[in-house]
Design a protein around this ligand. Structure first.
Ligand code: ACO
Length: 434
């Protein structure tokens, strides 16, 4: 399913000179003009801050049609995967390209389960942090530190080591995430339990305490599993591109994923569900919605409706629809009938979807709009929301990293710039400076 080269060409004309640029076609999605030789041929760069029109790589993992609200993992619609499969099946699919047979799935589940423990020295690493450290700060550090613990899976030229690193990462992220949470709230770490499925094990590590029995709710575990599936990959988003860029220099996979976590932390990306929940609390009551909607529309006010808008989806985010349903399932399982935040969320969504500003700019609720309410109801503090996102996205990051390393055309990522600084000038002695 390789991209078709040179089926057509585009003509670039600057002044009295013209160049033909090859046009490549993917299996679906827009064609791309191949400008990789442009600088050599024309002496010019292209300018695209924020990469809004730039395909940075060739990939066979995830496809998004933002105008139609479509998300496919390896060709399978997200709705079907979330409805019928489990998270580890999605991980297998993303990593290997095909849905597993029953035997392959059992093998994969076993490998992941066997790698859930982290080196015991990691415990000491945790105690170096202040108790009030943000769990994302702990995750960036601890995931990066994995490269200091697992030397036998950092040789990126060895396919077997790449695979072991991938399995390790998927298996250990829940353990580290739960440890970050437990440390943050001052409770003892709970070790992984290998007789539990992936999501139940994570809930157990987060919410069990040594002094009493904790029973994982199958409804909550299923809901969390769905949340993980929805967040597993999203093609070349900011954090994935960060992982690819870090990996392009040959850095080890643990360090690359740590870079991805750092990028995900930002409020414009993974931090948005935390920001959305804060905003809903700040609004507090449906009556105050017009005031906040007006602020979001005001050009002179930096306020934005958190959980609305997306760089790629200019239609309803397909994950947001599933998330909205999951949110209702979780609230009903927990017997939460009148959640004021949910009331504000439902009304805000209604108002925004009927407002000309949001309609014209194609600003729809994104996945983060409902995920915050759901995770809060499950008992996770807001500081953990992005950590859960990182946990789920790890398979996407590692799958994209593997694809990049295995691409024979892979080179170090090195964008160029439009320089607008000072031209050459001579050093001035300090005494003569004004
Ligand atoms: N509220 C109000 N106005 C908005 C919003 C919003 N949430 N999002 C975009 N706009 C407006 C902008 O002001 C801009 O208006 P203008 O054309 O008059 O200047 C226009 O819509 C386009 O916005 P951009 O920022 O250029 O769009 P971009 O694609 O760069 O940004 C982003 C996408 C970052 C997601 C943006 O919509 C946003 O900040 N949303 C809120 C944060 C959020 O929910 N992030 C989650 C992203 S999803 C994820 O990471 C899983």
């Amino acid at each position: 399913m390789d991209a078709t080269p040179n089926t057509a060409s585009a003509k670039l004309t600057v002044g009295d000179k013209s160049w033909d640029l090859p046009v490549r076609q993917g299996t679906i999605g827009p064609d791309v003009m191949d400008i990789s030789k442009l600088y050599g041929q024309t002496g010019m760069f292209t300018y695209d801050p924020g990469f809004t029109s730039t395909a940075s790589c060739e990939s066979q993992i995830t496809y998004i049609d933002g105008d139609e609200g479509v998300l496919l993992y390896r060709g399978y619609p997200i709705e079907q995967l979330a409805e019928n499969g489990d998270f580890l099946e999605t991980c297998y699919l993303l990593l290997y390209g095909e849905l597993p047979t029953a035997a392959q799935k059992a093998d994969f589940d076993l490998s992941v389960t066997r790698h859930t423990m982290v080196h015991d020295q990691m415990n000491r690493f945790f105690t170096g942090f202040r108790r009030d450290a943000h769990p994302m700060a702990i995750m960036v550090a601890c995931v990066g530190a994995l490269s200091a613990f697992y030397h036998d899976s950092t040789d990126i030229s060895d396919p077997q080591q790449r695979l072991i690193a991938s399995i390790r990462m998927i298996a250990k992220m829940p353990t580290l995430a739960a440890m970050a949470y437990k440390y943050h709230i001052g409770q003892p770490f709970v070790y992984p339990k290998n007789d539990l499925d992936y999501s139940s094990n994570f809930l157990n590590m987060c919410f069990a305490v040594p002094c009493e029995e904790y029973k994982v709710s199958p409804t909550l575990s299923k809901a969390l599993d769905k949340i993980f599936i929805l967040h597993a990959d999203h093609e070349q988003n900011a954090s994935t591109s960060t992982v690819r860029l870090a990996g392009s220099s040959g850095a080890n996979p643990f360090a690359c994923i740590a870079a991805g976590i750092a990028c995900l932390w930002g409020p414009a990306h993974g931090g948005a569900n935390e920001a959305a929940l804060k905003m809903l609390s700040e609004i507090g009551h449906p009556e105050r919605i017009p005031e906040f909607v007006n602020r979001a529309k005001d050009k002179n006010d930096p306020f934005r409706l958190m959980g609305f808008g997306h760089r790629v989806y200019k239609n309803y985010d397909p994950r947001a629809k599933i998330m909205q349903q999951t949110c209702h399932e979780v609230l009903s399982e927990l017997g939460i009938k009148d959640d004021p935040l949910l009331d504000v969320a439902v009304e805000l969504e209604r108002v925004a979807l009927h407002d000309d500003y949001f309609i014209e700019k194609k600003l729809y609720p994104n996945i983060d709009f409902y995920s915050g309410i759901t995770l809060k109801a499950m008992g996770f503090p807001t500081a953990m929301f992005t950590v859960l996102f990182a946990l789920a996205r790890t398979v996407g990051w590692i799958g994209q990293w593997k694809e990049m390393i295995e691409d024979p055309g892979q080179r170090i990522g090195r964008p160029r710039q439009l320089y607008t600084g000072a031209t050459r000038r001579d050093y001035v002695d300090m005494a003569k400076r004004k």
